[in-house]
Structures are given as structure tokens and as C-alpha cells.
Design a protein around this ligand. Structure first.
Ligand SMILES: [Mg+2]
Length: 185
């Protein structure tokens, strides 16, 4: 039983991009932020907390472009009751074909690991874009590392990654491109 359903016709020739949420695309806080992009109510143990969400600079353009190039999967170690409403607000055009949450992670040595061998795609056609190396400790060769983002309004990481992600999308095998960029051993 795989985590993803079979590829749709639209994505049959596309590689799969497994994309993280927190500190990759957004940063969220329980502390009020005056310039929050979204405020999401989340119930924890019977109490509703407001979660203040900041969008990383250029995330809209990034997701639009990624959706054109890849089959995009949201894969987060966060709980669905937080990440699902955030994704509804962040991904209005439905770039993410599937959303995977904490229960789809493997708990390994104190970390939630995203085990790419469980998703049901050929591994040489899969990349994982994540700020946390622990997330891809089982598949470091598939990783596109991202600098963690909290609130820097001048951050251009998502835009800066696009040319590289375009090269991977056009390659036969993700490892060939990742290797030339020195991300893999
Ligand atoms: Mg993260």
C-alpha cells in the first residue's frame, strides 16, 4: 500500500516533488504577528489556539512554477488539523495533488522521517525539498536542501532554487543533476 495514488494522466511524464511546509514555504507561530498572512484556528486539547502564519517571500510564484513542472506533493511532519487549513489558504490553485501529514512519517530516533520508498514512485524520479535534513535521512541523494526561513522579508531562496529545479525536471534521472551540484556523495 503506497502513500500516493497512481499518477494521473496530467502527471504521467513528470517527476514528483515532495515539498515540506514549515520553514520551507511558511513560518507559523502561536505568538501574535502583526503582519501575518493567515490566522488559522487550531484546536489543541479542547482549546482553540490562533496560529499566525507568514508566507515565505515568492512562495506564490514558486508554487505556480513547481505545479507546471512537477507532480507536487505536500509532505509535512505537522498535524493535519494545522497543515490542512494552511495548505487550503496557501495553495488556492491546487498545485499539491496529495497532502501527507505526520501520520505518514516514520518516527526514527526522535525525528519524523519522510520515507520516500513508501510513496509509490520510482526513486530516480523523486526529489524532496525540505529545510530539515532529518526529514530525508533515509534518502539524502534525493534531497534539495533549503535554508530554514522564519521571517526575513528579503529572502530569495525559493526563486533562487527554480533554475536548478527546472534542470532536474528536464533530466532523465534526478540523481544525475543532484550529483553535479554536489548535494549527493
Ligand atoms: Mg520544515
Amino acid at each position: 500500500q503506497h502513500l500516493l495514488p497512481p499518477r494521473t494522466e496530467q502527471h504521467i511524464d513528470k517527476k514528483c516533488a515532495v515539498i515540506d511546509l514549515d520553514e520551507t514555504l511558511v513560518h507559523s507561530s502561536f505568538k501574535p504577528i502583526h503582519n501575518a498572512d493567515f490566522i488559522v484556528p487550531v484546536e489543541i486539547d479542547g482549546t482553540v489556539h490562533q496560529v499566525y502564519v507568514l508566507k515565505r517571500p515568492h512562495v506564490d510564484e514558486y508554487l505556480k512554477r513547481m505545479g507546471e513542472m512537477y507532480e507536487c506533493i505536500l509532505f509535512t511532519a505537522s498535524l493535519a488539523k494545522y497543515a490542512d487549513p494552511v495548505s487550503d489558504l496557501l495553495d488556492k490553485s491546487g498545485v499539491f495533488t496529495t497532502r501527507l501529514f505526520r501520520e505518514s512519517c516514520v518516527f526514527h530516533r526522535g525525528n519524523y522521517v519522510k520515507d520516500l520508498s513508501l510513496i509509490g514512485r520510482e526513486l530516480n524520479k523523486v526529489i524532496i525539498i525540505d529545510n530539515s535534513p532529518a526529514s530525508y535521512i533515509f534518502h539524502p541523494d534525493n534531497a534539495v536542501p533549503v535554508i530554514s526561513w522564519f521571517d526575513d522579508p528579503t529572502d530569495t531562496e525559493l526563486l533562487d532554487l527554480l533554475p536548478f529545479l527546472e534542470a532536474i525536471a528536464e533530466s532523465d534521472d534526478v540523481y544525475s543533476v543532484l550529483r553535479t551540484h554536489g548535494f549527493t556523495s
